[in-house]
Design a protein around this ligand. Sequence first.
Ligand SMILES: *Cc1c(COP(=O)(O)O)cnc(C)c1O
Length: 399
Amino acid sequence: MKQVFSGNFTQQEPIPEAGIKAAMEVLQSGRLHRYNVGPGEVGETALLEEEFAAYNGAKYALAVASGGYAIGCAMRAIGVGPGDKVLTNGFTLAPVPGAIAAVNADPIFVEVTDDLVIDLDDLAAKIKRTGATVLLLSHMRGHLCDMDRLMQICDAAGVKVIEDCAHTMGGAWNGVPSGRHGIAACYSTQTYKHINSGEGGILTSDDPDLMARATILSGSYMLYGRHRAAPPAEAFERVKYVTPNVSGRMDNLRAAILRPQIADLPRQIARWNMLYAVTEEGLRNTSGLKVIERPEAEDIVGSSIQFLLPDFTVAQIGEVLKGCSARGVELKWFGHAEPVAFTSRYDSWRYASPQSLPNTDRILTGLMDMRLPLTFSVEDCALIASIIRDEVAGIAQSD
Ligand SMILES: *Cc1c(COP(=O)(O)O)cnc(C)c1O
C-alpha cells in the first residue's frame, strides 16, 4: 500500500487569541478607519507601523492595503513614471511586474540562477545596456542573493533598489534583516505570507521624503500627524501639495489582527525552519532531484520549499506531478506554458515587451515548489518528502 498524505497545503493556523480579542474590540468600537480615533487615542494601525518598524529596524513604516499596493506606492514615491524602465526578476510572482505596469513603466526582466536568485552578472549587464535606474528586487520564494554584492553593483551604477520582501519577512543576509538594504522594502500580510490579515501590506524606508510621499499617496487626507512611524512634519510640508491621494490604506481591524503576529514571528520562523529542514533532509540524495543549497550568510524563513528536476522531460515532470497529487502532495510547477494559479512565467506577462531569458526558461522548466504551512507537523513533512522521493525515483527508473 502506498502511503498517502491527507493534510491541506493551504490551511493556515488560526489567528492568535490576542489578535481575535483585539479585533473584537475594534469591531465593538466601530472605529475601523485608521484615522477614526478619539482625542489622544492611538489607533491599532499606527501602533502596528511603530511595532513593525521596531521589529525590522526601519526608521519609518506605513501599513497599506496589499503587498502589491506597497510596491506600486514605493515606485511612485521614488518618482517612477510612464515609460521608465524598471529592472526586476524574471522569476517572480505576477503582482511584481503588475505593480510596474500599474505605473505605466516597462519591466526589464533579469535572469535567475540555479540557486533561484537574481543573476548579478545579467543584472550588471542590463543596467549598462538599458540605463535603468530602478531595480524592483523580488526575493522570490524567500531566496536572498548576495545582497552585499548586489548593493555594490547598484550603488556604483546609481540604481535605486526597492525590495519585494513578500517571502522574506523575518529573513536576513549576513545578519542584516531582509528589507534593510534598499531604499524601501515592501511586505505582504495576505493569508499565504508570514503574517496573516487576509489582505494587507507594509512599506518601510529610512528616507523621509519618500515616506512622506508614500503616506500621502496611501490616502492620509492630511491626517499624517496621526502616524507614529512617520517622518517629521517638515518632510510632509515639502511634498504635500504635489502628491496625489491614491487610497490604499490599512484599517484598524487588520492591524489589530497583525500586531500579536509580529510579536510571535521569531517563534513561528523557528517552527517553519524545522519543517523546512526535515523536508529538505528527506529530499536530499534523491537521484534526479536537486535541492537548493542555502548559503551560510542567509537566515531563511522556510515557509515554502523548492527543488529542481533538471534532467526530466516535460512529460516526466507531468508524471511526477500526477503521482504526487494522487498521494495528496500538491506540488506547483513553474514550467507550465500557461499561467496556472500562483505560478506563472515572465513570458505570460505580455503587457511587458517580449524578452528572452534562456537560463530562466531552462530553470523554470524543472522547478517545483511546495508550501509548508505551520499546520503541518514534522512527521507530515517527513511523509511528504518520502512520497516525492518515491515518485521521482519511480519516474527516473522507468526510463
Ligand atoms: C504575494 C506577493 C506579493 C504581494 O502580494 P499581495 O497579494 O498584493 O499582497 C508580491 N510579491 C511576491 C513575490 C508575492 O508572492
